[in-house]
Design a protein around this ligand. Structure first.
Ligand code: NAD
Ligand code: MG
Length: 394
């Protein structure tokens, strides 16, 4: 029996996680569920999974959840705030933590899980982009087990040699190849992209996901963040991590070996597969995902990413090569730009320019401590907001 905390339970990954968990009541027990919005949904989840704790972000949400659970025979205790997110991640009763909060807000509790030596199921790629060195160090120091949930990294994890230890040299690994669907705008003339709407940007052809990652997929910043994520997870330098556009999203990523072998992981595009893989690792459990029908799919296509269409991908490679705090700058500026785009305050065509100009204005230097990363993150956000204000259409 594994005892589990699900951070971001009400989101897309959180819901998929609980879908898999519900199929295996003999294997998993839920210790805590957390959510910032969709409190009604969180209450339903509490009634179904009966966690010891539920954590929300503010007083209103806490009152609402308490009222919804009142008299329902559920003895879940309602907690509130960042410190409690960390507490339910590091609690001694917990074996595994699904880190599925979106964005920088996930760093604190995910780091708390790593520092407590938990089995960390990592969906929150932004935490690793911001604080890769610090995070991996915490994993090593505490003897935590880090299992990637991002479909590409989960695929790479499955395709790497047994016992691989973040060191391509000597392991026979030549290159990591991340696949990308290309998002909803892969076939559009870049000149027509300037004023697409949030709804168009969130209409992903292959995956159903939260709104922030959907916009990141449209700009391909998501793939850029994933290149940085792969660097930290697998110890590969930028020049050994390639991206190939593969529109069917059937090959989830590949590892190329020095002898010319390429090992790929395939499956239907459904996050329950990597989630089930990480939940049960090294065993295998059913996930609810149907079998892959290659004859129906018929063909698999590949092409190089067009960096003119997707400047955010180039910015992410530049941030990785610059190192230091630059990935944190990239991430923070992107979070602000995407949030403001979703709020209708800037155009889609403004996103990459805002990120680039914030990167150009900052050195990204720092000692890599959490305080330094938080300071870099705050400074990049401040600069991005100033640029949004300057461009604002309203
Ligand atoms: P989502 O927006 O659907 O869900 C986010 C969850 O985090 C929700 O429960 C929300 O209430 C909570 N949350 C948001 N802001 C918070 C805050 N400030 N404090 C506390 N909780 C907060 O997002 P998602 O699509 O499930 O993505 C979650 C993470 O997983 C992201 O980092 C994303 O990049 C990664 N990921 C998602 C997918 C996918 O298919 N959805 C695939 C790979 C990786
Ligand atoms: Mg991914």
């Amino acid at each position: 029996m594994q005892t589990l905390t699900v951070l971001g339970a009400t989101g897309s990954i959180g819901e998929s996680t609980l879908d898999v968990v519900a199929r295996h009541p003999d294997r998993f027990r839920v210790f805590a569920l957390t959510g910032r919005s969709r409190i009604e949904r969180l209450a339903e989840q509490c009634r179904q999974f009966r966690p010891r704790f539920a954590v929300v972000s503010d007083v209103l949400a806490a009152e609402r959840l308490t009222a919804l659970l009142d008299g329902g025979g559920v003895d879940t205790e309602v907690l509130m705030g960042e410190a409690q997110l960390a507490a339910v991640s590091a609690a001694p009763q917990v074996d595994a933590v699904m880190a599925a909060i979106v964005g920088a807000a996930g760093l604190g509790p995910t780091l708390a899980a790593a520092r407590a030596g938990k089995r960390v199921l990592l969906a929150n790629k932004e935490a690793l982009v911001m604080a890769g060195a610090l995070f991996m160090n915490a994993v090593d120091q505490a003897g935590a087990t880090l299992l990637p949930i991002d479909s590409e990294h989960n695929a790479v994890f499955q395709a790497l040699p047994a016992g691989y230890d973040r060191q391509p040299d000597g392991s026979g690994v030549a290159r990591i190849v991340l696949t990308a669907s290309g998002g909803p705008f892969r076939d559009r003339d870049p000149a027509t992209l300037v004023d697409v709407t949030p709804e168009e940007a969130c209409a992903h052809p292959n995956w159903s996901m939260g709104r922030k990652i959907s916009v990141d997929s449209a700009t391909m910043m998501n793939k850029g963040l994933e290149v940085i994520e792969a660097h930290w997870l697998f110890g590969a330098p930028a020049e050994r991590i390639d991206v190939v556009v593969h529109r069917q999203s059937v090959i989830h990523s590949m590892v190329e070996y020095v002898d010319g072998s390429v090992v790929a992981q395939l499956g239907n595009p459904d996050m329950r597969t990597p989630i089930a893989h990480a939940l049960a690792y090294p065993e295998r459990i059913v996930s609810g995902v149907g079998p892959l029908d290659l004859c129906r799919i018929g063909r698999l296509d590949f092409e190089a990413p067009d960096l003119r269409r997707f400047p955010c991908l180039a910015l992410a490679y530049a941030a990785l090569r610059a190192g230091g705090g630059m990935p944190a700058v990239l991430n923070a500026a992107n979070e602000i730009a995407v949030e403001r785009f979703l709020a209708g305050r800037i155009g889609y065509g403004d996103i990459a320019g805002i990120i680039e100009s914030v990167m150009n204005a900052m050195t990204g230097a720092g000692d890599g401590s959490l305080e330094e990363i938080e300071a870099v993150d705050a400074e990049a956000r401040r600069r991005a907001i100033a640029r949004v204000d300057a461009r604002e259409v309203v």
